[in-house]
Write a protein that binds this ligand. Structure first.
Ligand SMILES: *[C@@H]1O[C@H](CO)[C@@H](O)[C@H](O)[C@H]1NC(C)=O
Ligand SMILES: *[C@@H]1O[C@H](CO)[C@@H](O)[C@H](O)[C@H]1NC(C)=O
Length: 409
C-alpha cells in the first residue's frame, strides 16, 4: 500500500478542494457512530486504566503515521476503511471523480491514486470530514469535530456487564450508550436539538460486539460462572435477548441505519488454534458457539426491523466473510490464516503482541495481525463485502445499496 504523498501534492489537492467549495457544507456530510469492542476501538482505551490496549509498537506499524493509535490492527481498522473504502475502490484513471467515503455530494478530483494518499496522510489536517470519527474520550473531540460522529468502542467489552472484568476499567455497552446521550447533549449545545436529531437520524452506525462474551467470559476459564449458570444454547439465547435491549435503546436514541456484525469463526483465530485447537484444527466448542449465535442474531435483527417497520438493523455476516479467507487464504492473497503476524508460540497465537514478539515482514500476507484481530488487508476484504456483498453476506442489503437509498430520500 503506497500512501506517501509529497507536500506539493497535498497542497495541490488542498487548493482543488477549496476551489470546489468542498469544505463548507457540513450539513451534507453523514456522521458515523461506532460502538463495540477491540475490533472497532480506535483508541478509547488509551485514556483508561486498563490492560486491554494497543497503544505501543508494533501496533500501528502500517498506519499512515507508522505509530500506534490504540487500534488493534497493523494499520487501519474496519470503521476507518468504511470511511476510506470508496476512495480505494473508486479511483481508476487520472482525474476520476469519486465520492469520498460516506459523504453525499462531496467529490474530490483524484489523480490516479494520489488523492487517496493525500487523504490518509493529511488526516491530521482536517480536510473536510473525510476522516474517521475520533475516539469519544479524545480531548480533541470538540467543536466541529463532533459533527463527523464519534467512536465509543472499547476493547475488551461484551454484551454483558460481566464480560471483560479482568481488563478492569473499560467502557461497557450501557456506558457507551450513556456517552452517546452525552454526545447528543454536547452537540445540541452547538447546533441545537433539531439539527442534532437530524444528524443522528441520518448517521451510519456500526456495532461490533459479542465475541468477548464467549472468549473473555463463558470460555475464559474452565467452569466459569456463566458456564456453570447456563448451558451453551441457553447462554446464547440470553446474550441475544440482552443484545436486543441494547439495540432498541440505540434506536430510541435516534439511530436509523445500524450495521450489526456477527462474530467471526471464533474457534479458528490463532489464539484458539494455539490453546484449544481440536485435532490440530479449529476449536470445536467455540465454532459451535459461533454457529449457534450468528443465525439467532440475524433472526433477532429481522424481528426488530419488523417491529419497527423499517430496515434499521443490517446484519453483517462476518462469520462467512472470515470463513472465506480461512478456508481459502491463497485466493485472497494470504500465505496463511492460521498464524498471527505478531505474537509468539504455536501459530504465533500465545500472549500479547509486543515489541518482543515475532513480527512478520509483510502484513498483507497474513489474515490475522495478532492472536485475535484481522490484519488491515483482511479488514479491507471484509469492508468490500460490507459495501457490495450479496444477501448472504449483508442482510437485507449491502452498504452501497443503503447509501443509494438514503441519498434519494
Ligand atoms: C449493566 O450495568 C448497568 C449499570 O450498573 C445497569 O444499568 C444495566 O442494567 C446492566 N446491564 C445488565 C444486562 O445487567
Ligand atoms: C450489493 O451491491 C452491489 C453494487 O455494488 C449491487 O449490484 C448488488 O445488487 C447488491 N446486493 C444486494 C443484495 O443488495
Amino acid at each position: 500500500m503506497s500512501i506517501a504523498a509529497s507536500p506539493f501534492n497535498v497542497w495541490i489537492i488542498f487548493v482543488l478542494v477549496l476551489a470546489m467549495g468542498a469544505i463548507s457544507p457540513i450539513a451534507e456530510a453523514r456522521a458515523f457512530f461506532i460502538f463495540g469492542d477491540s475490533l472497532v476501538d480506535s483508541g478509547n482505551n488509551n485514556y483508561l486504566a486498563t490492560t486491554a490496549r494497543a497503544d505501543s509498537p508494533p501496533y500501528g506499524v502500517d498506519y499512515p503515521t507508522r505509530r500506534p493509535t490504540g487500534r488493534f490492527s497493523n494499520g487501519l481498522n474496519i470503521p476507518d476503511i468504511i470511511i476510506f473504502g470508496l476512495v480505494y475502490t473508486g479511483v481508476v484513471n487520472s482525474y476520476t471523480e469519486v465520492k469520498v467515503g460516506l459523504h453525499r455530494h462531496r467529490k474530490w478530483l483524484c489523480q490516479s491514486w494520489s488523492c487517496v494518499g493525500v487523504d490518509l496522510v493529511s488526516s491530521g489536517q482536517q480536510i473536510g470530514q473525510s476522516q474517521p470519527p475520533l475516539p469519544y474520550l479524545s480531548p480533541q473531540l470538540t467543536g466541529q469535530r463532533l459533527l463527523v460522529g464519534a467512536n465509543f468502542a472499547s476493547a475488551g467489552i461484551g454484551i454483558l456487564n460481566d464480560t471483560g472484568v479482568q481488563f478492569l476499567n473499560i467502557i461497557r455497552m450501557f456506558r457507551q450508550l450513556d456517552y452517546f446521550e452525552e454526545y447528543q447533549r454536547r452537540l445540541s449545545a452547538i447546533v441545537g436539538p433539531q439539527q442534532t436529531r437530524q444528524l443522528v437520524n441520518q448517521a451510519l452506525v456500526l456495532v461490533t460486539v459479542g465475541g468477548n462474551d464467549f472468549v473473555n467470559n463463558y470460555y475464559l476459564v474452565p467452569f466459569s460462572a456463566r458456564s456453570r449458570q447456563f448451558a451453551l444454547p441457553d447462554y446464547v439465547k440470553y446474550l441475544i435477548s440482552e443484545y436486543s435491549k441494547l439495540l432498541m435503546r440505540l434506536y430510541k436514541l435516534g439511530a436509523r441505519r445500524v450495521l450489526v456484525t456477527g462474530t467471526g469463526p471464533m474457534g479458528c483465530v490463532p489464539a484458539e488454534l494455539a490453546t484449544r485447537g481440536t485435532n490440530g484444527g479449529c476449536s470445536a466448542e467455540l465454532q459451535r458457539a459461533a454457529a449457534l449465535y450468528n443465525p439467532q442474531l440475524l433472526n433477532m435483527l429481522q424481528g426488530l426491523n419488523k417491529k419497527i417497520g423499517k430496515n434499521v438493523f443490517i446484519g453483517v455476516n462476518t462469520q462467512q466473510m472470515h470463513t472465506d479467507f480461512i478456508s481459502n487464504p491463497q485466493t485472497f492473497g494470504f500465505t496463511t490464516s492460521q498464524a498471527a503476524c505478531c505474537g509468539q508460540g504455536p501459530n504465533n497465537g500465545l500472549g500479547l503482541c509486543t515489541r518482543l514478539s515475532n513480527l512478520c515482514p509483510n502484513r498483507d500476507l497474513y489474515a490475522f495481525w495478532d492472536a485475535f484481530h484481522p490484519s488491515e488487508k483482511a479488514c479491507r476484504i471484509i469492508v468490500q463485502q460490507i459495501m457490495s456483498g450479496s444477501a448472504n453476506y449483508m442482510t437485507p442489503m449491502n452498504l452501497s445499496t443503503i447509501m443509494a437509498l438514503d441519498s434519494m430520500s
